[in-house]
Design a protein around this ligand. Structure first.
Ligand code: HEM
Length: 245
């Protein structure tokens, strides 16, 4: 047998024909969607694929945030920022995937919805994991801020001297923004497909999704912008100059 033939032979444990399929367990993964004969509407496959892909990506994102939390607690801020950045990139995809579902029309969606039981995104393991890790990341960040004897305003004023801590702050802000953007696009999707004045499969009014958008993990990081602008405006009013320093 040639070397090429040898390399094509699977060596990992499993029954699938290649190591690619064995490693990624594609047989199991691709059997997780309804069989075409079971679909309540042909668009249901897209509905399932979008949800399942989102859950995988949110799982990946939450995993990286847990690692980032450990790094923050250990004071390894550069690695924390690197992993929060990665996690944010993973969250970008569930946001983008929501738009695919905008191509399902309301009448067709109701055929799919009839098979959802009480299934609701409120029970999304991936999204719940983000909601769980968000506040803990904030706490760990504030501990580091205290250790550095800094307030948030000082951190932003002297960001070059505290590059790593500032980087973590900005990546946390990116994370908060993404959760917000997910909620915004998801709200528009729900309004577009089932309407803004109805209740969901778990009895939650769609209006509640609107209220949930008010939620922010790191309000202080958003508020500091207001304080900086207020100070800059005041400084300009007093001195007529355009500089804060
Ligand atoms: C046709 C598409 C969709 C519709 C009509 C829809 C509708 C809804 C509604 C009405 C709710 C309120 C709770 C309830 O069900 O009673 C909800 C919550 C939620 N859905 Fe969806 N959804 C859709 C797609 C998705 C997708 C693709 C995801 C991705 C994981 C998702 C994740 C969530 C999450 C995380 C919540 C809780 C939101 C929060 O805490 O702010 N949904 N959805």
């Amino acid at each position: 047998m040639s070397n090429q033939d040898e390399l094509r032979k699977p060596i990992l444990p499993g029954a699938a024909g290649s190591d690619y399929e064995r490693y990624l367990r594609t047989d199991e993964l691709l059997a997780l969607q309804k069989h075409p004969a079971q679909l309540l509407h042909p668009d249901e496959l897209t509905f399932q694929v979008v949800h399942q892909s989102s859950e995988l990506l949110l799982k990946g994102a939450a995993f990286e945030l847990e690692r980032a939390l450990t790094h923050i607690a250990e004071g390894d801020l550069l690695n924390a920022a690197r992993l929060i950045r990665r996690s944010n990139m993973e969250i970008d995809y569930p946001i983008a995937l929501l738009h695919i579902l905008e191509t399902i029309t309301p009448y067709d969606y109701h055929l799919i919805r009839a098979g959802l039981g009480h299934g609701s995104g409120l029970d999304s393991p991936g999204f719940l994991a983000l909601l769980h890790i968000g506040p803990r990341l904030g706490q760990a960040f504030y501990v580091q801020l205290e250790r550095a004897h800094l307030g948030i305003d000082e951190l932003y004023r002297h960001h070059q001297e505290h590059f790593a801590l500032h980087d973590v702050a900005e990546r946390l802000l990116d994370f908060d923004e993404r959760v917000h953007i997910f909620r915004f696009h998801h709200l528009k999707l729900a309004q577009r497909i089932i309407g803004g004045g109805v209740v969901g499969t778990m009895g939650t009014p769609v209006e509640v999704l609107h209220q949930r958008m008010e939620h922010l993990f790191y309000k202080e990081l958003w508020d500091v912008r207001n304080q900086i602008t207020a100070k800059a405006t005041e400084a300009m009013r007093r001195s007529g100059t355009r500089t804060l320093y």
